[in-house]
Design a protein around this ligand. Structure first.
Ligand SMILES: Cc1cc2nc3c(=O)[nH]c(=O)nc-3n(C[C@H](O)[C@H](O)[C@H](O)COP(=O)(O)OP(=O)(O)OC[C@H]3O[C@@H](n4cnc5c(N)ncnc54)[C@H](O)[C@@H]3O)c2cc1C
Length: 279
């Protein structure tokens, strides 16, 4: 097994602008031996680096059955700006994959509700693609649900894919607000009112959430009020990361390492820490 503490070279095969501040990069692992060994599951992330600038945790936004290894990056600071300036055929550093990923084994026989806010769609896109490709999620009486919220119509990620996601999922898209010149004919408003309209059946339902923490807390309240067990709610958390291997302690969340024990947690595991401000 290759050493996940050491960056290896990944070549940018192509880059695609998704929105004004977010682009998707297809990366190709240069070393053949590493490329053969490299596998990942939905919800895992890589540490991407630019020499002399630094390293950032970036979720894998492609499905495990997809060809290219995709990363969808929003410009936030030094590393993400540097990567965004990299053109096709140039090299970035990569370490990974890290993290536990979404518990796909828990989905079998249950009705899945996937809820993403903003860039939270990046680590959830592999779940959706994996379910569609593997045939999982087809076995329940009710269709799985995908709810996605973006700031505005022009901030919608993977815009042209939602129609194909609709083959398996009941898809609901909303935007916080839309300017009249954007000719948005879809829904406007926050995500929680959409969830209120969806019937829930307690233990037969499982939820995967990723987005701003304030959004996830609000959705968790709604799930809990309607009797959904805390064990059936999973959320992906984001904290500043350094080693990504559970040694440096940068990403500690209470006693948990977000990099190693997460980033996906069962709500029942972390609810006591989520109630504490600034943890
Ligand atoms: C598990 C996990 C998965 C992730 N997945 C993704 C993903 O798929 N895509 C993605 O884009 N991000 C993802 N992130 C977030 C990403 O790792 C962070 O945003 C990371 O800090 C970016 O590194 P950076 O060097 O570009 O930004 P940093 O320099 O670390 O900046 C981070 C923060 O500081 C602020 N900041 C930076 N410079 C300035 C400045 N000059 N003035 C004011 N504020 C400033 C930024 O707004 C930002 O909020 C993920 C994080 C985790 C933990």
């Amino acid at each position: 097994m290759y050493d996940r503490a050491r960056p290896f070279a990944a070549r940018v095969r192509w880059a695609k602008k998704e929105t004004r501040d977010t682009s998707t990069f297809a990366l190709w692992i240069e070393d053949e031996a590493i490329r053969r060994q490299y596998t990942f599951s939905p919800g895992q992330f890589n540490m991407l680096s630019v020499p002399g600038i630094g390293e950032a945790a970036i979720s894998i936004s492609s499905g495990p059955e997809d060809g290219p290894l995709l990363h969808t990056i929003r410009v936030a600071g030094n590393v993400t700006s540097a990567i965004s300036g990299i053109c096709a055929s140039n090299i970035v550093g990569m370490r990974g994959p890290f993290g536990n990923g979404w518990p796909m084994q828990e989905v079998e026989g249950k009705r899945l509700i996937v809820i993403a806010g903003g860039l939270g769609m990046a680590p959830l896109r592999p779940v959706v693609r994996h379910l569609i490709k593997s045939g999982m999620g087809h076995g329940t009486d009710e269709r799985p649900v995908l709810i996605y919220g973006a700031r505005s119509p022009r901030d919608i990620l993977f815009r042209h894919e939602f129609q194909s996601f609709g083959r398996l999922f009941d898809v609901h898209i909303t935007v916080d607000k839309a300017d009249p010149h954007e000719h948005w004919k879809g829904r406007t408003g926050l995500i929680p009112p959409i969830l209120e309209e969806i019937p829930l059946h307690g233990p037969g339902t499982i939820a995967f959430l990723c987005g701003p923490e304030v959004m996830m807390k609000c959705l968790i309240n709604e799930f809990m009020l309607r009797g959904m067990p805390a064990e059936q709610i999973f959320l992906s958390l984001e904290r500043n990361m350094n080693c990504a291997m559970g040694t440096c302690g940068h990403c500690m969340f209470g006693p948990k390492f977000v990099c190693k024990d997460g980033p996906v947690f069962r709500y029942s595991e972390v609810r006591q820490f989520m109630a504490v401000q600034e943890i």
